[in-house]
Ligand binder design. Structure first.
Ligand SMILES: [Zn+2]
Length: 689
């Protein structure tokens, strides 16, 4: 799925967080364990010995990692992952059936079944060796001079090899009704630009391991040891030079920084070494005269870099980027093992590779998500769940309306505009109204590599084909079985796939309080993204346009800065602190989201005449609400994973997604009888929304 400017799409996700207790490491959970979905209030996860006023994460989730240690095939484990494991098995059964089925299969069943069956045939993949990649390798070897590079880079974009740069489609930030082409920085193998420059033992070891990994991959491709090692050094130098002209992950969160609409002739001036007219045609774009050059400084620097680099190094770099960008599931086992060793084991601490069938379920979802999702939604998502979620989303939108009305820091003018935006938010729940069409995508049984590449090209051309056409407001950026949700500022829509609308997030058997604490907080989170430091820069029509009075904008920034400081003081792992600026949007969404869910929950309880002081099952409804919210984030992570996430992920580590939020909410302290000055009820709470 290649969509440029995807960085701007804020998703809630699978946070990660608390350091791993010893018992979780020694318990030796196997990857074959089957998990049941948790109930709305999982009492066994509660550490009753902990004081909720001192550390609410420990109280709500303290027993999680003892009961559910991290399986050996994961870098972290959390309530989201338990749902994933469950969903994976549901999809597995569907795919096995589609793979076995005979002549009466529907066209979609043929595609998902054959895609999955080919993917799981590891022997056939091994037998083919690197043969399927040979035409690409031949093209690299045949390059005579740099003028021929344009065509190769364009072709690589169609098979998701982002050597030197990225290319795709996006909605125009300043005119959301328009779909345009976009070029962006690219071409790095490490997760983020700062990986090339950070100092300290861990960072230096990572770079050393990375160079070794490149060496190993080149050796597997047939290079002699000494050549592989020297090529790897040159590649690292080249990538470091690319990193130097790239923007870091925190700066990229500001839409202003990654939006520079210009005529293609301007891009030609920035990077004369690439023939951009030819590039656009050969990369599959319809005729365009303008495009977003997300990071112009990068394209200026790229030209100098291409000039200064010899062909031999460029060719080695292209071979590396080709093998690195190819899904290792469709490469021989030795490549797959080597890619696992660096990217999953060394970088994230995962001890073992996931079973092939699990990875093939994910690959099928990635390639044919709406063919698979259609069957999934019909089987797993009852209309009653959709109705209940729609109702809750409406309640939470009303809560935001009220919240805006009562904000003491915002002027009446800006409030009018904020409400306008709120009323234009589109709610998308469960699955798309109109399913994506796959008839032109050929899936052949026994051709895992070809299926993978054709699916990538199909998706890239589908994206590019949108350029110049009206926006399809019904489109989804996540597949129905996904355990996640997102807000898209250009669409101004909130999206909740069927996958997240199941236990423990939503369960008709849970109390209303538990459901509001679980899925209500997620709905509030996504809605608040429309009004976080990123989202607030877009108006109700999805256009990057300033609708704030200068004074209100200043007050917003002051209030947000309180959260930057609050979260910036949390330690993620060892010496690595949470990046308060990188995580600001997510933290604002977490804080605003729970408040909206709480308001909606109170309104619902009032409507139903529920006594909020009456304990049920040991807890008052308000306590159940906060426990539901806290238990959204139960889990633990391996230390390597914690480090990588803290340096790349806009979400705070999971325990801070709980305590960072309840610290800011007096209603929490009151519900658990905390005293002002206790850790969960400090004097100086932050509040934006
Ligand atoms: Zn989010």
């Amino acid at each position: 799925m290649k969509k440029l400017a995807a960085t701007i799409v804020a998703i809630i996700l699978i946070g990660i967080g608390s350091t791993l207790p010893a018992e979780a490491q020694s318990a030796g959970a196997t990857s074959e364990k089957e998990y049941k979905l948790l109930p709305g209030l999982a009492k066994e996860l509660i550490d009753a010995k902990a004081d909720p006023c001192a550390d609410f994460f420990q109280y709500a989730c303290g027993n999680f990692s003892k009961l559910y240690p991290i399986p050996s095939d994961r870098a972290s484990f959390e309530s989201f992952a338990m749902m994933e494991e469950h969903t994976e098995r549901v999809l597995h059964a569907m795919l096995e059936k589609a793979a076995a089925g005979g002549a009466d299969r529907t066209a979609n069943e043929q595609k998902i079944g054959d895609f999955y069956a080919s993917c799981t045939d590891a022997e056939a993949v091994n037998r083919n060796g690197l043969k399927p990649l040979q035409p690409e390798l031949d093209r690299i070897a045949a390059l005579k001079d740099k003028s021929e590079l344009t065509s190769l880079l364009a072709h690589f974009q169609l098979i998701n090899v982002n050597a030197f740069l990225g290319f795709g489609e996006q909605q125009d930030f300043k005119d959301a009704a328009k779909q345009i082409a976009a070029v962006d920085q690219g071409g790095l193998g490490l997760p983020e630009r700062d990986y090339y420059f950070r100092t300290g033992d861990v960072a230096e070891k990572t770079r050393k391991d990375y160079v070794q990994h490149i060496t190993n991959m080149l050796k597997l491709m047939g290079e002699p040891e000494s050549q592989a090692a020297s090529d790897a050094q040159s590649i690292m130098q080249l990538e470091t030079a690319l990193a130097k002209i790239s923007m870091d992950v925190t700066s990229r969160r500001d839409p202003q920084n990654i939006y520079h609409l210009m005529p293609t002739t301007e891009l030609q001036k920035l990077t004369p070494g690439v023939n951009w007219n030819r590039f656009l045609v050969e990369a599959g774009a319809p005729p365009v005269s303008e495009l977003n050059v997300a990071n112009p400084e990068f394209f200026k620097g790229l030209n100098a870099l291409l000039d200064a680099t010899d062909m031999k190094t460029i060719q080695a770099y292209l071979r590396w980027q080709l093998i690195h960008s190819t899904d290792s599931l469709v490469l021989p086992k030795a490549f797959d093992d080597e890619a696992f060793d660096f990217f999953r084991h060394k970088l994230r601490g995962q001890p073992e590779q996931r079973a092939r069938w699990k990875r093939c379920v994910a690959a099928t979802d990635n390639a044919l998500g709406e063919a698979l999702g259609q069957v999934y939604a019909a089987q797993e998502f009852p209309p009653s769940s959709k109705q209940a979620t729609v109702q809750m989303v409406h309640d939470i939108e009303s809560a935001m309306d009220q919240d805006i009305a009562t904000l003491d820091w915002m002027s009446p003018e800006t409030k009018v505009r904020a409400k306008e935006k709120l009323h234009l938010v589109a709610d998308k729940i469960g699955y798309p109204e109109k399913w994506r069409e796959y008839s032109k995508l050929t899936v052949e049984r026994g051709d895992a590599f070809g299926n993978n590449q054709r699916a990538i090209t199909f998706e890239q051309l589908r994206e590019l084909n949108k350029i110049g056409k009206p926006v399809d407001r019904g489109e989804w950026g996540m597949t129905p079985p996904t355990i996640n949700a997102y807000y898209d500022p250009s669409m101004n829509d909130i999206n909740f796939p069927a996958g997240i609308l199941q236990r423990p997030f939503y369960d008709p058997k849970s109390t209303d309080a538990e459901n509001y604490g679980h899925i209500g907080a997620i709905v509030g989170h996504e809605l608040t993204h429309g009004f976080d430091d990123q989202g607030r820069q877009f108006d109700g029509n999805g256009n990057l346009a300033d609708w704030w009075t200068p004074q209100d904008a200043k007050l917003f920034e002051e209030k947000a800065d309180c959260e930057v400081k609050e979260y910036g003081n949390f330690a993620a792992v060892d010496d690595v602190k949470v990046n308060g600026k990188l995580t600001l949007g997510e933290n604002t969404a977490d804080n605003g989201g729970i408040r909206l869910a709480y308001m909606a929950f109170l309104a619902d309880a009032k409507r139903k005449g529920i006594d909020l002081t009456q304990k049920q099952d040991g807890y008052t409804p308000v306590q159940q609400f906060f426990l539901g919210f806290g238990q959204n984030w139960c889990g633990s992570s391996r230390p390597e994973e914690l480090r990588m996430r803290a340096q790349t992920d806009p979400h705070s580590p999971r325990q801070f997604r709980v305590i960072g939020v309840v610290q800011n909410m007096r209603e929490f302290g009151e519900a658990f009888g905390c005293k002002t000055g206790q850790p969960m009820m400090p004097q100086n709470a932050c509040r934006v929304w």
